[in-house]
Design a binder for this molecule. Structure first.
Ligand code: CO
Length: 279
């Protein structure tokens, strides 16, 4: 089986988004515009309230999914359809914006560490105008697989090699979203469809990726070559995300919070938002 080697290391850019939240944009950056079907990947993490308190006041989305996974802290979510909830440490919210929602994402804390990720997953043309949908799961609802060697895998989406299934349903790109903890000098292997696009983001520690054992450090995202097997080793006690999905191979037209297939559809989304027809 073909091992996926490391194709590209992306460090990301420090940016300010929302009402002034400091975050690191890794996919959706000049270094890596997109990795079909993934349009954006942000990492946020700060214990300085002035870097996150302003949050993300109401803003629209259309045409894709936003996935928020919290490592620490609490984020309150509210939208124009009356949905609301708090994503807590270890929880995930997989939101299918479809034809449109207007939502806000605000820290539910005044101090302490707030850390996590937001991933944007594209929808196929046939689903961009579907009804919005939420899949919200708390840490307790996300299956955890543990191995005798100390490996711990939180299975947000997809399925591990020994059959632990994630809690998120997405038939469009069949995503794999694993949060893995590896003790030092421990190997990890996971099968993925050969034509998926896959990346690894190192949260802590350092990994050696592929048969070539190329190093990937904390804070770096590694884009993997195509192949059927992800193989890596922890050079020290490490924690990482492994994310994989089937590319859609469709035209992408982006305009701020809208991701459609054509420029005209993006302009339509802006018009619908202006005239109150989006949500
Ligand atoms: Co949003």
């Amino acid at each position: 089986m073909n091992t996926r080697e490391l194709r590209q290391i992306v460090n990301g850019d420090q940016v300010s988004d929302g009402a002034g939240v400091q975050l690191k944009r890794i996919i959706g950056s000049p270094q890596l515009n997109m990795l079909d079907p993934f349009l954006m990947f942000d990492a946020f993490g700060s214990d300085r309230p002035q870097e996150y308190l302003a949050g993300f006041p109401p803003h629209p989305h259309r045409g894709f999914e936003t996935v928020t996974y919290m490592l620490a802290g609490r984020m309150r979510h509210e939208d124009s359809a009356g949905n609301q909830g708090v994503i807590e440490t270890g929880g995930v919210q997989w939101m299918t914006a479809g034809k449109g929602i207007i939502h806000s994402e605000m820290p539910e804390q005044k101090q302490g560490l707030l850390a996590g990720f937001q991933l944007w997953v594209n929808l196929p043309a046939t689903e961009k105008m579907r009804e919005p949908r939420y899949q919200e799961r708390s840490a307790e609802e996300i299956p955890v697989e543990t191995h005798a060697n100390g490996t711990r895998i939180k299975v947000v989406a997809g399925e591990t090699d020994i059959g632990t299934r994630g809690v998120i349903d997405n038939p469009y790109v069949n995503p794999l979203y694993l949060h893995v903890e590896l003790p030092a000098d421990t190997g990890f292997e996971q099968q993925v469809p050969g034509t998926d696009n896959s990346f690894v983001y190192v949260i802590k520690g350092q990994l050696a990726v592929g048969d070539k054992q190329r190093p990937l450090k904390a804070g770096q995202l590694g884009v993997l070559e195509q192949g059927e097997a992800v193989r890596l080793t922890a050079e020290q006690a490490s924690e990482f995300l492994l994310v994989s999905g089937q590319p859609l191979k469709e035209p992408v037209a982006r305009g701020g919070p809208f991701v459609m297939n054509t420029r005209e559809q993006v302009e339509q989304a802006f018009a619908d938002y202006r005239e109150g027809r989006l949500a």
